[in-house]
Design a protein around this ligand. Structure first.
Ligand code: GLP
Length: 244
């Protein structure tokens, strides 16, 4: 895994945005895998700036998001569809039909998950997958467990994840208890992965991802199996990692 050190969140965001912009320039119709949360927010702000000030075009870019809360309609303020529209899609020239996010209201998550994975294959596979990392080591909503799950599916959220994400809701009770999450097969099937981490709260998860054994209790550790992963992290997130 290539590790790029940033001084702080803003520098991480700038470096990540340049990485993604380079992918878009090299392949204007690339398929980007996208994530939500506090971590990629600054990266999306930078991409919007590249679009508005430097003319970076997303006209032919296609996107597929890694997760969505189960039970939230797209119109809900905290749905990941809403996050993506507000913080990226509505401010760039991407075609709405080219953006894909799991449907949090699907009545048949099993079939839906299979179709989501098939769609990714039909679109030629993900060229660049952007990821954050949960403080418990999750990627997308693949929570720590006894085994790695390959398929996109309905998942139960871990107690720590519910607590972490309560900051976006009025109260912890309002955080959905389930989500549709892309599975490891589609994530690891990406040609290139860019994972971001910022802040001391991610330091332990980053250390375990990089130095620990591959263990389903640390879902991000499976990225050690992928040949083309770049981690852009700030100093606080890297504070527990042994210097090479
Ligand atoms: C969330 C999302 C993940 C995200 C992670 C970290 O719950 N499901 O896709 O990467 O947890 O979130 P944040 O960037 O807000 O710390």
């Amino acid at each position: 895994m290539l590790i790029i050190v940033a001084q702080d969140y803003d520098e991480m965001s700038r470096k990540a945005a340049r990485f993604i912009a380079a992918q878009v320039l090299l392949k204007p119709n690339c398929l980007l895998g996208l994530a939500t949360g506090s971590t990629p927010f600054g990266t999306y702000q930078e991409l919007i700036r590249f679009h508005q000030e430097d003319g970076l075009s997303f006209q032919n870019v296609r996107t597929v998001n890694v997760d969505e809360y189960y039970g939230l309609p797209a119109s809900h303020e905290q749905s990941y569809r809403h996050f993506m529209q507000e913080n990226l899609f509505d401010q760039i020239d991407i075609q709405p039909g080219n953006t894909h996010i799991p449907d949090g209201l699907t009545r048949d998550p099993q079939t839906y998950g299979e179709e989501y994975d098939e769609l990714i294959v039909a679109m030629g596979g993900i060229d660049l997958q952007l990821l954050g990392i949960g403080s418990n080591g999750h990627i997308a909503f693949n929570e720590p467990g006894r085994y790695f799950s390959a398929q996109t599916r309905l998942v139960d959220l871990n107690k720590l994840t519910i607590e972490d994400n309560a900051r976006f809701f009025e109260s912890e009770d309002e955080v959905p208890r389930q989500a549709i999450s892309m599975g490891m097969k589609s994530i690891l099937g990406s040609k290139r992965i860019l994972i971001l981490a910022s802040g001391a709260g991610k330091a332990e998860a980053v250390r375990e991802m990089l130095e620990g054994p591959i263990d389903p209790m640390v879902p991000a550790s499976i990225l050690q199996l992928h040949p083309n992963v770049t981690l852009i992290a700030d100093k606080d997130a890297l504070s527990l990692v042994q210097p090479a």
